[in-house]
Design a protein around this ligand. Structure first.
Ligand code: 6GU
Length: 227
C-alpha cells in the first residue's frame, strides 16, 4: 500500500518511523511519502491560506496550492481522504475498508478547512473515471487544530490490518471475534497476586470454554457501563 500525506507540518509524521509502522515501512508493506504543502506556495510569504469569502473567523486553505500538491500524486485508483471535524466518523469498519486500498492520500487541513472546491474538483466526473474516491473523515466529536494527528490515528488503525504488519496475526482474529475490533474484557498477566489483588480465579483454571464465557460477560458489562 502506498500512503501519501500532504501537510504544512511534516514533522508531525516522525512517528511513522517507530515501532510496527517503522517495521512495516522498512519491509516494504507500506510506502510512506510525506509532502510539505508549503513547497507549493508561490508568493513571498509562502502563504497557504486566506480569509474566507463571506467573512467570519479563521483562514481557509488556498485551492491552487492544494491542486499543485495533489495533481502529481493523484494516480489511477486512489482514495483521497480529507481530514475535517465535519467528516464521516472514522471507525473500525472504515479502517478495514481502507486497509484493502492500493493508494491513500491524507490531505491535512487546518481545522477551518480547505477551500471546498478541492473536494469538488477531485470528486468530479473526470476523476471518477480515473477511479478516484474522495472521503471527508473525522476521528471523533472534538476539534483538533489540524488533520495531522487524525491522519496518524487513521494510518495506525489501517496499516495494522495489513498482512505481515502485526507480529501475531492471531490478535486480529481475536479482535474481530470481540465486537468489531474492541477488546473489551479486562486483561491480566504475571504475577497472579499484585499488591494484594488477585487475578480472577477462572483465568488460572485452564477451562477455555468457561474463560471465554467469563470474558464475554465482562465485555458485556463494560459495554453497558459505557453506554
Ligand atoms: Cl479529521 N480534523 C480536525 N481538525 N479536528 C478533528 C478531526 C479532524 N477529527 C476530529 N476532530
Amino acid at each position: 500500500m502506498k500512503i501519501d500525506a500532504v501537510t504544512i507540518f511534516p514533522e508531525y509524521f516522525a512517528p511513522l518511523k517507530l515501532s510496527l509502522l517503522g517495521k512495516a515501512s522498512e519491509s516494504g508493506i507500506v510506502d510512506f511519502h510525506i509532502h510539505d504543502l508549503r513547497h507549493f506556495a508561490s508568493n513571498n510569504h509562502h502563504s497557504v491560506d486566506d480569509t474566507p469569502y463571506g467573512g467570519g473567523a479563521g483562514m481557509v486553505m488556498l485551492p491552487q496550492i492544494w491542486g499543485l500538491a495533489l495533481d502529481p500524486i493523484m494516480v489511477d485508483d486512489t482514495d483521497l481522504i480529507i481530514l475535517t471535524p465535519a467528516g464521516k466518523r472514522f471507525d473500525q469498519a472504515m479502517a478495514a475498508k481502507f486497509s484493502t486500498a492500493r493508494h491513500l492520500i491524507f490531505a491535512c487541513g487546518r481545522y477551518e478547512g480547505i477551500d471546498d472546491r478541492v473536494r469538488q474538483y477531485y470528486s468530479s466526473e473526470l476523476f471518477v473515471g480515473r477511479n478516484i474516491r474522495v472521503h471527508e473523515v473525522s476521528i471523533g466529536d472534538y476539534v483538533l487544530s489540524g488533520g495531522e494527528v487524525a491522519s496518524l490515528v487513521m494510518i495506525e488503525a489501517i496499516t495494522r490490518l495489513l498482512p505481515g504488519v502485526l507480529g501475531n496475526p492471531e490478535s486480529l482474529n481475536e479482535e474481530s471475534h470481540n465486537h468489531d475490533g474492541y477488546l473489551e474484557y479486562p486483561n491480566f498477566t504475571k504475577p497472579s497476586i499484585w499488591r494484594n489483588i488477585a487475578v480472577p480465579e477462572i483465568l488460572l483454571s485452564g477451562n477455555h470454554a468457561e474463560i471465554t464465557k467469563w470474558r464475554n460477560e465482562q465485555a458485556q458489562r463494560r459495554a453497558e457501563k459505557n453506554l
